[in-house]
Ligand binder design. Structure first.
Ligand code: IVH
Length: 706
């Protein structure tokens, strides 16, 4: 573009004219792209124009237009960020709310490690920053990649954006060859207020809170926008490493600080729950004056060797916990009660509120849980709120804790309007008029319409395409609603016959609002890509009540293939038989979940729908979790007698992490018995059956280094 004026020599008038020209060019390109016409420019040209626009805006901030292309990230003709698979998963944290939860955390750890109650166990305590986590990979001292957490296994590549954050060093010296530094990107209160003021002046959208502003700023496809946003970073953890940083958590944090990272100055070493809770109170007292949002205090076992022994549950470490601050409260008017129908047919009452700010966030909806909650009763039939019911028109107290959906905590009867009437919970589904039935012992009333109910069907389909399930690019909640309304997709299998039913498909789709030739082709290709899919994703995608993400991976790991899983669940009888016992033997699967699973597979219409879906898929065998070439992968092992170097829980968790199945009794299926002193009948039975038996040292030698 040789006729372009250089930005440095532009006058203000020229800049304004150029911004107008760029806004119109880019808007035209967007319309062409989304309207399905041939694209008027390629991605590189589009990106170059956007960059030029941002650079001019950076030089003349007051000329930024109301319709500035920089704010229209969603419309960029880019495939978004590249994906990054984390070498070491990025985890979340379990929560503690009360002081007792902290004491129990310590007790649990001692028990797991087999430590006596009087042995000192130290923890670090530090603020939990309310931002978004980021993993920075350094190789030979150079920052080579920055990735968001994503689903913990795969995040987005935001390297260009991270390079614009002043707290993040581009080069470090004296670090291990490979070092992944993890921490939180956040925005200070002052910077947040200034940013919103600038946004308001430019007629741009306001951010609800500093965390949203930080997330929106980091996830900009155009890094020049990130550069103009004042982001900061605290380092508090690490991922992949070629050599250990230190022997303790505190030592590692000090090492990161020495390498040039910002670490939180309120990080403190505490020698037990009492000291941890003291430090929590002290941080809580400073919360309002810190200048950035925190939502609790994180405790971590200080000794890294103990952290390694403690390991992880499915998504959280055993050696750390987040002690959350209490919720924030505000009063407002309840304007209406609406009923939403969910994936499993549950009728959920939602409070529509007169908007009110609770802890810096504007709240206009809150959950009312179920009909008992509205009536003033808890799940056991005991009164709550002194038995006060909730009525439309009431003055209610809204309660918000961290990210959870706000709740109604209380009602002010003195302000109740005279004509307020007791709320009558519907007994038919507001979406499909089917009976809404409440079963004995269940707090929830459910629509009996199944897939006949449009709300249930749409929610099931949305769940099916969600990130942890099929995760089909270009097929999100909005598209599912559109396809359902058009009658194109009424059940899961329909997604996979879309292309075939439409011939080339593209002609029909392309005429729909929001679809063009390119996006339609991309969608069909994205659907095809997902025909080959892992077992745990499929199990989760079915949306069976109580069967969540981590249960799905437990089931997938146990049964390995769809055929084995399907055969076992089909053969299972609720409450009896080997298949039922096998299900319950999975650590993490209880009777409620097992019942729900077996019921779904035995219920004609639901089962047929599952079978129709599976017919389109190539379900991949579940990989045993992180076993590598572990010598015990796939083996069934039994522990008996006293273990001296580890507790039973630790031994079991370690064996399972290496891909072994830990059974409670010896049978012909047992591959290995680990017998400590005092082993009795199990050792004898193993000898009778010819099962190999080793002692604890033998076991440790066997798994050494695995
Ligand atoms: S440690 C393996 N420390 O909280 C443990 N996390 O709820 C890794 N967070 O995803 C996390 N401040 O984004 C840790 N001082 C802190 C933190 C912190 C904020 C975030 C982090 C994590 C989430 C878990």
């Amino acid at each position: 573009m040789s006729d372009e004026i250089s930005i440095d020599s532009m006058t203000k008038e020229q800049a304004a004219a150029e911004l107008a020209r760029l806004a119109s060019l880019l808007a035209g390109a967007n319309t062409a792209y989304h309207g399905g016409d041939d694209p008027v420019m390629n991605d590189a040209a589009y990106d170059a124009l956007k960059r030029r626009n941002a650079e001019i805006e950076a030089r003349f901030p007051d000329l930024k237009r109301g319709d500035s292309p920089s704010e229209q990230v969603g419309a960029a003709p880019s495939d978004g960020f590249g994906k990054v698979r984390h070498v070491v998963r990025m985890l979340s944290l379990g929560n503690a709310f009360e002081d007792e939860d902290v004491t129990e955390f310590d007790t649990r750890i001692r028990k797991y490690l087999g430590l006596p109650a009087d042995a000192t166990l130290s923890y670090t305590a530090e603020p939990k920053i309310d931002g978004l986590s980021l993993s920075l990979r350094y190789e030979n001292g150079t920052l080579v990649q920055a990735a968001t957490r994503g689903d913990g296994e795969e995040g987005e590549n935001v390297t260009a954006n991270a390079l614009t954050i002043t707290d993040i060093p581009h080069q470090i010296t004296g670090a291990p060859e490979v070092l992944e530094v993890r921490g939180e990107v956040y925005m200070s209160h002052q910077d947040f207020a200034d940013l919103n003021a600038r946004q308001a002046e430019a007629g741009q959208k306001q951010f609800a809170n500093p965390r949203n502003a930080a997330a929106g700023s980091l996830r900009q496809l155009d890094a020049t926008i990130t550069a103009a946003r004042p982001l900061r970073f605290f380092a508090y953890a690490w991922g992949d490493l070629s050599a250990p940083l230190a022997e303790t958590q505190m030592g590692a944090i000090e090492r990161l600080a020495a390498l040039g990272f910002s670490t939180n100055p309120l990080t403190k070493l505490c020698d037990g729950p009492a000291a941890m809770i003291d430090h929590y109170r002290s941080i809580e007292a400073q919360r309002a004056t810190l200048g950035y949002d925190i939502d609790g205090v994180v405790y971590k076992v200080n000794d890294l060797a103990l952290q390694a022994r403690l390991g992880f549950r499915s998504t959280t470490p055993r050696w750390a916990i987040a002690h959350k601050f209490p919720a924030e409260l505000a009063w407002t008017r309840l304007e209406n009660i609406e009923i939403q129908v969910g994936r499993t047919g549950a009728l959920s009452p939602v409070a529509r509120l007169h908007p009110v700010t609770v802890g810096g966030v504007v709240v206009s909806n809150a959950t009312l849980h179920n009909e008992d909650y509205i009536a003033g009763l808890d799940s056991k039939g005991q009164t709550i709120r002194d038995g006060k019911d909730i009525r439309v028109g009431d003055w209610v107290q809204v309660y918000r804790a961290g990210d959870v959906i706000p709740k109604i905590a209380d009602v002010d009867l003195k302000k109740r309007p005279q004509d307020a009437e007791k709320y009558e919970f519907p007994t038919v589904c507001p979406e499909c008029d089917s009976d809404a039935i409440r079963e004995e012992g269940d707090a929830v009333r459910r629509c009996s319409g199944g897939m006949v109910c449009p709300a249930q069907a749409v929610e099931k389909l949305k769940h099916l395409v969600s990130r942890a399930a099929f995760d089909i690019e270009g097929l999100g909640a909005k598209q599912v609603e559109q396809f359902y309304a058009d009658g194109w997709v009424r059940e899961p299998a329909d997604i996979f016959t879309l292309r075939e039913r439409f011939g080339s498909g593209i002609q029909q789709l392309k005429n729909r609002e929001g679809w063009g030739e390119k996006s339609a082709t991309n969608l069909f290709n994205a659907i095809d890509e997902r025909r080959k899919i892992g077992l745990s994703r499929v199990v989760f995608a079915l949306g069976i009540r109580h069967v969540g993400e981590s249960a799905s991976s437990l089931l997938a790991n146990r049964y390995g293939t769809w055929a084995a899983f399907e055969a076992a669940i089909t053969a299972a009888q609720i409450g009896e038989g080997t298949e039922w016992d096998d299900l319950l033997a999975i650590d993490g699967v209880g009777a409620v979940m097992a019942t729900s699973l077996v019921t779904a597979f035995h219920q004609g219409a639901e089962r047929d729908m599952i079978d129709r879906l599976i017919a389109h898929l190539d379900v991949q065998e579940a990989a045993a979790p992180a076993v590598g070439d572990s010598p015990v992968a796939g083996k069934t092992v039994v522990f008996t007698g006293t273990l001296e170097k580890m507790t039973r829980a630790e031994a079991k968790a370690r064996a399972e992490a290496l891909g072994a199945k830990v059974a409670g009794s010896v049978s012909a299926k047992t591959d290995l018995l680990i017998a400590g002193p005092g082993a009795g009948s199990k050792a004898k039975k193993a000898a009778d059956l010819g099962v190999e038996t080793i002692d604890e040292d033998g076991w440790l030698a066997l798994i050494d280094g695995a």
